[in-house]
Design a protein around this ligand. Structure first.
Ligand code: NAD
Length: 468
């Protein structure tokens, strides 16, 4: 869509806001109900479109990691919207006690939502639900790398909402660049850190406030003696769901030196239990496109060349022919810091394993690298766990599991530094898409009036009392 048309859509949405005013609770509830119904009506179509876009993804994975989490998030907003919309009384400074102070959470206006390809439904529709709950209108820009799903989302949302309420704009990086230049009232971008930088630069032209949901290398740390079913199941689920193409997937794992051999054996066992037919298992998701397959194979070649041990787990030699674009679950042992696999976000089913001896060493390892989106710890809630929590900074933390913090609707979800800025989900999401308008209403008796010019004895007294 050319820039002028996008601008025209934005103007139409702005005009509609002025005509219709702020939506009340019932209107917001109806919009969310409409979104939920549209999603459930297209559930099967979406699963098929996503699978075709990926070349293969299990409909169960789409159900659990896209549809269920979105419906759950809509349910949370439906339940808590009334409370979140309510004005909040605020403390009034002593001198002005006869007045009243409060905050009203006003819709910001038109929210722009830019989404990646890896969870094309949830990462488009949860931000949309949040925007609608906060009383906004929205323009969406889904990813060009899932063309069938993005077109289906456009059809679905066009049927469910008038264009001046929710509009979907399709296109690639050029359209994304133009979209990020629009003078929106807020922009939520989910995607890579490198594109996030460009989006922030473009948004700065119009001082558009941003939520950036970016990526990075999320570490998983397994406490000494904790290589067990709980940690292996949690790690494997996080690493291999969606073929590892998850922003909060554990990127690499730090294992205690004494547990290294046990880890290798148990991880292989767990992967075989999850995916008995290896990469041709029906539940194993393919890689989104050939460019990413080449990128992941490049990471493995680089690691091999630099002396790391690369182990294909559950690989079947016959599988490549009947399932295109799959990469077998792979362990990379003893990869040095110079390996690309220890530098770039992996975003695939490859798991580098490093060892540590003391928890301080693990803390230092994490702190020597950019602040991650998620940090995972497997172990007891003991002093070591507390140390890790207190001394590292990450967007979120999940203890004895992976990714499940994202499904806690009342928790903020977001990164910090290179992994993101701001958060959505929970009250934080609603607040991010609302303008907190502070209002003060002067009381009938207004002592401040006594302090107007021409200043005299009272002004001196007031200054003296207030500066004591
Ligand atoms: P991406 O940054 O390439 O694309 C995201 C969106 O930006 C797409 O809609 C794309 O069309 C658009 N875009 C591409 N180039 C652009 C440009 N120059 N200017 C403006 N827009 C442009 O990301 P991706 O490859 O689709 O997704 C993978 C990345 O997203 C990973 O880094 C992953 O960690 C991250 N991610 C983060 C979260 C999170 O919630 N924090 C969730 C999922 C994915």
């Amino acid at each position: 869509m050319p820039d002028v048309e996008m601008t025209a859509v934005l103007e139409r949405q702005r005009r509609a806001i002025l005509t219709a005013g702020t939506p009340d609770l019932a209107q917001r509830r109806a919009r969310l109900a409409g979104l939920r119904a549209a999603l459930l009506a297209r559930r099967g179509d979406l699963a098929r479109a996503i699978s075709a876009d990926f070349s293969h993804r299990s409909p169960h994975e789409t159900d659990l990691l896209e549809i269920v989490v979105t419906v759950q998030a809509i349910g949370y907003l439906q339940k808590h919207m009334r409370r979140l919309m309510r004005p909040q009384r605020r403390h009034v400074t002593l001198t002005y006690r006869s007045g009243r102070a409060w905050v009203e959470y006003q819709p910001k206006g038109v929210i722009g939502i830019m989404a990646p390809w890896n969870y094309p439904v949830a990462l488009t529709l949860i931000p949309l639900a949040t925007a609608l709950a906060a009383g906004n209108r929205a323009m969406l820009k889904p990813s060009e790398l899932t063309p069938r799903t993005s077109a289906l989302l456009r059809d679905m949302l066009t049927d469910a909402f008038p264009e001046d309420e929710v509009a979907v704009i399709l296109g690639g990086p050029e359209v994304g660049a133009a979209f990020s230049r629009l003078p929106l009232d807020h922009l939520l971008f989910t995607g890579s850190t490198s594109v996030g930088r460009k989006v922030m630069q473009a948004a700065s032209e119009n001082l558009v406030p941003l939520t950036l949901e970016l990526g990075g290398k999320s570490p998983a740390i397994i406490a000494r003696g904790q290589v067990n079913r709980r940690s292996m199941d949690g790690l494997t689920f996080g690493k291999l769901s969606n073929g590892g193409q998850t922003c909060v997937a554990p990127d690499y794992v730090l294992v205690h030196r004494d547990d290294f051999n046990a880890f290798r054996t148990r991880y292989e066992e767990t992967v075989r239990r999850f995916y008995p037919a290896g990469p041709t298992s029906p539940d194993y998701t393919a890689i989104i496109n050939d460019r990413h397959v080449a990128r992941l194979n490049g990471l493995l070649d680089d690691a091999r060349q630099k002396g790391a041990e690369v182990i294909l787990v559950g690989h079947r030699p016959d599988s490549a022919a009947n399932r295109p674009r799959t990469i077998a679950p792979t362990l990379v042992l003893n990869a040095g810091d110079d390996c690309a696999v220890m530098q770039d976000e992996i975003f695939g089913p490859i798991l580098p394993v490093r060892t540590y001896e003391t928890i301080d060493e693990a803390v230092s390892f994490v702190n020597a690298r950019p602040r991650p989106l998620a940090l995972y710890y497997f172990g007891e809630r003991d002093a070591e766990c507390e140390k890790l929590l207190a001394q590292t900074t990450s967007g979120n933390v999940c203890i004895n599991g992976t990714m499940m913090h994202v499904a806690q609707d009342d928790l903020p979800f977001g990164g910090i530094g290179p992994s993101g800025m701001g958060a959505y989900h929970g009250p934080e999401g609603f607040r991010a898409m609302s303008h907190a308008k502070g209002i003060y209403a002067q009381g009938r008796w207004n002592p401040a009036r006594l302090l107007h010019a021409p200043f005299g004895r009272l002004a001196k007294l007031a200054a003296r009392l207030n500066l004591r």
